[in-house]
Structure formats: structure tokens, C-alpha cells
Design a binder for this molecule. Structure first.
Ligand SMILES: *Cc1c(COP(=O)(O)O)cnc(C)c1O
Length: 401
């Protein structure tokens, strides 16, 4: 899955361009930078590669989500619907603009169940945030229809799914706004970084301002910029953007390797009696970064994940017990009030959310194992690993039947 596996001469070349001039900041210093604008170039590259009109780079995927919501005017008292299975950054970003995270169940796609989303829409709902978890897409047609029906924004958290698509369109470009993450373990990496994608030019402009203290970037220099909006510093540096530029140019190659290894592992597991695989709304658009499957019982899934780890076959998380990705273990959301001194009313709304039942999510996640697919495996290595996995999983299923 991660771009850091295939890192080398291309990244060094781009970074060296920046080191030659020493201009590490993405704005200003027009003379000394000698025509080197890596962040700008990467933004253009993203627009071209993903067929979207605007992209704005940021310091992280979390910053991208926060900025996107601020630019959409989402704030205090507003509700944003997101899945129970995601990375903690999704709700952190919602809290960062003062809005309320409202959770909806996932289904066998491991992403938002549109029927569950429909049940939690209220007059305060402002947006639906599907998360394209583990490299595959949410049911975007159904979610888009709900957004149209209730006049809501569709915010795609595509941080784990760069390069994926849905019915021919790139993930991240289908909603009003979409986000990518380039943190160190994502499909492509800059070390730290993120991006916003949107076809809405006005929204993109607000995101651009917001990520740089409100600078409008129209002045003849930074001192002459105006500040029509409030902003913060969520800028990316030229060094990070340089790495991203080299990585995005290799994305198609990464996807090819990932999909091949994904297919091989799947072929090895398919014959196991009782196993079933995550439903992918558009299989052609899967990035292949994880192979997710369900065993008949939670007991079997938990045991199989443990046996895989003990056999030295890493990278097979059992999400139900994972405190980054599944709602059951999100202590830091439950404790949000401690550090942020949230108001009593706000805290109660958050607690209410985290204490809801989510039986359907439990049912899917407790039987699920996701196997991370590496780029670096040869076909033989992938096959040997897949066969070993199949033996261990089958044995675990028998012992724990
Ligand atoms: C990684 C990730 C983010 C946040 O990205 P960072 O760049 O690490 O801040 C947001 N959402 C999801 C689903 C992620 O996996």
C-alpha cells in the first residue's frame, strides 16, 4: 500500500531542485526561487491526473478536511454525518470547526450505509462525509441522491483511496469537495501533506486563503495581500510538495503492482469455505490497497487475526479492537471535553453519539479482517504469503468453529 516502499531517485531529484535554491516556502521569493514552484506544480499535476478543476495542497489530510469544512461554512451547531469505521482524523476535523459528528452505520462495503445515513439526517445536518476506507469506494450514487434531496454537501474523505474511481470518475472529485492525505503510510506520500479537490472555484479560493492565514495571494508580494477571511497556517512546504510530485507521477505504477498483488492474495483465499469478501460498489475502481474479508463469526475472525500475527504475517488488522479506526475504542473522542474544555451541551451531544448502539457496524467489523497489500512483493512472494494465510485462516476457523 504505501508509496514509501518505492522511494528513490525521482523523489531525490525533485527535492534537490528545491535545495538548490533554498526556497523552502511555497509562496513569494519570486526572484530567488528561479522558477521552482513545486507546490504549484503538484496542484496542477493533481488537476490533470484526476480531471478536476481545482486543487489546494495542505500540510495534512486532517488540515484538508478542516479547511474544506470551514470553506463550506460548516461550524457551530451543524451536524456532519460520517461512518463508525474511519480514521480518527475524520471526526477531529469536524470538531475543529465546532460542528457535531453524527455517526451512521456501515454495511458490507465497510463504508456508509445510505439507509442508515437517511435515518440520522436532521434539520441541522449540513454535510455527509463518506470515507473511502481501505482503498475502496463508498456508495456515492445513493449518498449523492440523499445530498440532493436534503440540500447537503457531499465531502469525500478519499485520504486512503487516491487513484481509486467510481463509475469512471476519480474518488475525491465526485462530491462538492474531496480530500487526499499524503502522510507516510498512504498510497502516495510526501512525508506529511494533504490536498483538497473541487470543481468549485470559489470554494477552492476560500480553501487557499484559509490555509495561509487568510492571505488572498493577489498582492504583488505577501505584504500587499489582503485578508478577506480568517485563516490558519496549514501550508505545505516546497520540500514536501517536491516529494509528492515524484510520487504522484508513479501512482499508476503503484496501482498496477497493488492490484496485481491484491488479486493474487484474493485467489489464494477465495476457496476457503465460509469466507466472504467486502462488497465493492465499482470493482474496477478499487485501488487494491487492502483485501478485506469476513469470516462467519467474530470469534473466528479475532482468532484468525491473532494467529496470522503470531505466525509473523503482519499487516492483517482486526479493526474491532483497533483504537484508531473503530468507534468502540475512541476514548479520545469520549474524552474530548477534557482537553478542549468543550461546553457541557456540546460534550453531551458527542457523548450521546459515542454511546449509540451501531449493531450493524459491530456485526460487519467484528467479523472482518483487512489485509494490507504491499507494493514490494513479487508475484511469487504474494502467492506464498496468500497460501500461508489461507492455511492459518482455515485452521483458525476449524479450531474456533
Ligand atoms: C490518513 C487519514 C486522514 C488524515 O490524514 P493525515 O494526512 O494523516 O492528517 C483522514 N482520513 C482518513 C480516512 C485517513 O486515513
Amino acid at each position: 500500500m504505501p508509496g514509501y516502499e518505492l522511494f528513490g531517485a525521482e523523489e531525490r531529484k525533485e527535492v534537490n531542485d528545491v535545495l538548490e535554491t533554498g526556497i523552502l516556502m511555497r509562496y513569494g521569493f519570486d526572484g530567488p526561487r528561479k522558477g521552482i514552484w513545486k507546490a504549484r506544480e503538484l496542484e496542477q499535476e493533481l488537476c490533470k491526473r484526476f480531471d478536476v478543476r481545482n486543487s489546494v495542497l495542505l500540510s495534512s489530510g486532517t488540515a484538508a478536511l478542516s479547511t474544506a469544512m470551514a470553506a463550506l461554512g460548516i461550524g457551530s451547531g451543524d451536524e456532519v454525518i460520517l461512518p463508525t469505521f474511519t480514521f480518527v482524523a475524520s471526526f477531529e476535523a469536524i470538531l475543529s470547526v465546532g460542528a457535531i459528528p453524527v455517526f451512521a452505520d456501515i454495511d458490507d462495503t465497510l463504508t456508509l450505509d445510505p439507509a442508515s445515513v437517511a435515518r440520522v439526517i436532521t434539520s441541522r445536518t449540513k454535510a455527509i462525509m463518506p470515507v473511502h476506507m481501505c482503498g475502496s469506494m463508498a456508495q456515492l450514487d445513493e449518498l449523492k441522491a440523499l445530498c440532493d434531496q436534503h440540500s447537503l454537501f457531499l465531502i469525500e474523505d478519499a485520504c486512503q483511496a487516491i487513484g481509486g474511481s467510481y463509475k469512471g470518475r476519480a474518488l475525491g472529485t465526485i462530491g462538492n469537495v474531496g480530500t487526499f492525505s499524503f502522510d507516510f503510510v498512504k498510497i502516495i506520500t510526501c512525508g506529511e501533506g494533504g490536498a483538497i479537490l473541487t470543481n468549485d472555484a470559489e470554494l477552492a479560493e476560500k480553501c487557499d486563503h484559509y490555509s495561509d492565514h487568510g492571505h488572498d495571494h493577489y498582492g504583488k508580494d505577501r505584504g500587499a495581500d489582503l485578508h478577506p477571511y480568517l485563516g490558519y497556517n496549514y501550508r505545505i512546504s516546497e520540500l514536501h510538495a517536491a516529494v509528492g510530485l515524484a510520487q504522484v507521477r508513479k501512482l499508476d505504477h503503484f496501482l498496477e503492482l497493488q492490484r496485481r498483488n491484491h488479486r493474487i492474495i484474493r485467489e489464494c483465499l477465495e476457496h476457503i469455505p465460509g469466507i466472504s469478501f467486502r462488497r465493492i460498489p465499482d470493482a474496477a475502481g478499487d485501488t487494491g490497497s487492502f483485501l478485506s474479508f469476513f469470516l462467519p463469526t467474530a470469534f473466528q475472525a479475532k482468532a484468525a487475526a491473532k494467529d496470522l500475527a503470531e505466525a509473523g504475517i503482519g499487516g492483517n488488522p482486526y479493526w474491532y479492537d483497533n483504537n484508531w479506526h473503530y468507534i468502540r475504542k475512541w476514548e479520545h473522542l469520549k474524552n474530548a471535553a477534557l482537553m478542549n474544555r468543550l461546553s457541557e451541551e456540546y460534550r453531551k451531544e458527542i457523548m450521546h453519539q459515542t454511546n449509540l448502539a451501531f449493531a450493524a457496524s459491530d456485526e460487519w467489523i467484528s467479523r472482518c479482517i483487512s489485509s494490507a497489500v504491499q507494493l514490494g512483493w513479487t508475484e511469487d512472494e504474494a502467492r506464498a504469503r496468500g497460501k500461508k494465510m489461507a492455511e492459518i485462516i482455515e485452521a483458525a476457523m476449524l479450531v474456533n468453529a
